[in-house]
Design a protein around this ligand. Structure first.
Ligand SMILES: *Cc1c(COP(=O)(O)O)cnc(C)c1O
Length: 366
């Protein structure tokens, strides 16, 4: 049982709308991989994956093996790419029919060993190429090594080769991105002339899909866009908001002039105030840096600023001019603009805000 009244509401029909927004911008032959790592960017991966399966996405991607296992155990049947598997859980990959990204010589060798021991035939694997991010992947110059290592191996099948853009959302880095795309095209051609076939190729994340149509290749990897965020306010406004955070007023205080509110006298009243205490704090992923008037919540349709410091389990807001009672609903955010404003005030990006909400906050899917 979860008594915490703060809930994250996840709007699955908004996810379907967002998926179709991007689908309309792809050619019919381009496949869609939905990225549902980190519990679906902090939402709820299983419900999300079920919705997206019904919408006929072609692939899912997760970061780690256990995220993929959770989807398989929930009955998800479509292919699941594990972006960052570790050597010690490769046998689980096979057991749950997950598809590994093999990004280094070491993990490739380990997987080949397992594939031989288990007598696998044509087991789908994916090879990542590093074209500038310097995070995971082989270099173009490793192609000969890959050919020597993989060409005659019947245990596996190279389902795709892929790469990742460094700054797909940043028009100032356009030259760098185009250079990465060129390198990846070269890798594709060189692969084909060595191996005699071309596996699926994919490179773009959400902002890459929008900014680099020439890099859609055979499949695109959509993450943030599914959750309602594009590169710019205009495109974002065409997407639907997926995630809303709601809570209630726990207690209302009258605070006299010169009295303080919260830890370390975070706020001192310059006149008589009414404050509402809300059960949401930095332990829930609501950062301490959002206190001190930086962010507003909505109480009965009116904006109430957070005053004083964010506590571990609570915030206090100024409701002096807002008629409200203990138990009334509080909307922390229910639009992409508010999430972006929170990210901005916390000096971070929407990705971090979405994935920071702790498991103490109940997810309600509708
Ligand atoms: C997380 C991730 C994505 C999704 O990126 P978005 O910007 O959220 O669309 C795509 N590809 C890889 C390799 C990733 O790690």
């Amino acid at each position: 049982m979860n008594n915490n009244p703060s809930v994250l509401e996840i709007n699955l029909s908004a996810v379907a709308h967002n998926l179709n927004f991007f689908r309309d911008r792809l050619s019919d032959s381009t496949k869609i991989l939905a990225v549902v790592k980190a519990s679906g960017y902090g939402t709820e991966a299983v419900s999300l994956a079920k919705t997206l399966s019904k919408q006929n996405v072609d692939y899912f991607a997760v970061a780690y093996v256990d995220e993929g296992i959770a989807l398989r155990e929930a009955g998800i049947k479509i292919p699941i790419l594990v972006l960052h598997p570790q050597i010690n859980n490769l046998s689980l990959i096979v057991q749950y029919q997950l598809e590994p990204n093999l990004y280094s010589k070491k993990i490739l060798a380990s997987f080949l060993e397992i594939s031989k021991k288990s007598n696998l035939t044509s087991y789908p694997i994916h090879i990542k190429f590093n074209t500038g991010l310097n995070r995971l992947g082989f270099k173009k110059s490793d192609l000969d090594f890959l050919f020597d290592t993989l060409y005659k191996v019947k245990n596996i099948e190279i389902k795709s080769i892929f790469s990742h853009l460094v700054a797909s959302e940043d028009p100032n880095e356009r030259k760098f991105s185009l250079n990465q795309i060129q390198t990846f095209n070269d890798i594709g051609s060189a692969f084909k002339s060595l191996f005699g076939f071309k596996p699926m190729m994919h490179m773009t994340n959400t902002s890459g899909v929008l900014n680099y149509p020439e890099a859609h290749f055979d499949m695109v990897r959509l993450g943030l866009g599914l959750y309602g965020f594009a590169n710019d306010p205009v495109t974002t406004s065409e997407l639907k908001n997926v995630i809303s955070l709601k809570s209630i007023v726990s207690q209302i205080h009258r605070v006299g002039k010169n009295e303080s509110v919260g830890y370390n006298m975070g706020h001192t009243a310059s006149k008589e105030l009414s404050t509402a205490t809300i059960p949401l704090g930095h332990a829930d992923g609501f950062y301490r840096s959002l206190g001190q008037g930086k962010v507003f919540v909505s109480v009965n349709g009116q904006k109430a600023p957070i005053i004083g410091n964010v506590c571990m389990d609570m915030i206090m807001v100024d409701v002096t001019d807002i008629p409200c009672e203990e138990g009334d609903e509080v909307i922390i955010f229910d639009s992409q603009q508010e999430i972006l404003e929170i990210a901005n005030q916390a000096n971070t990006i929407s990705y971090e805000i979405l994935t920071a909400f702790s498991q103490r906050i109940k997810r309600v899917v509708y």
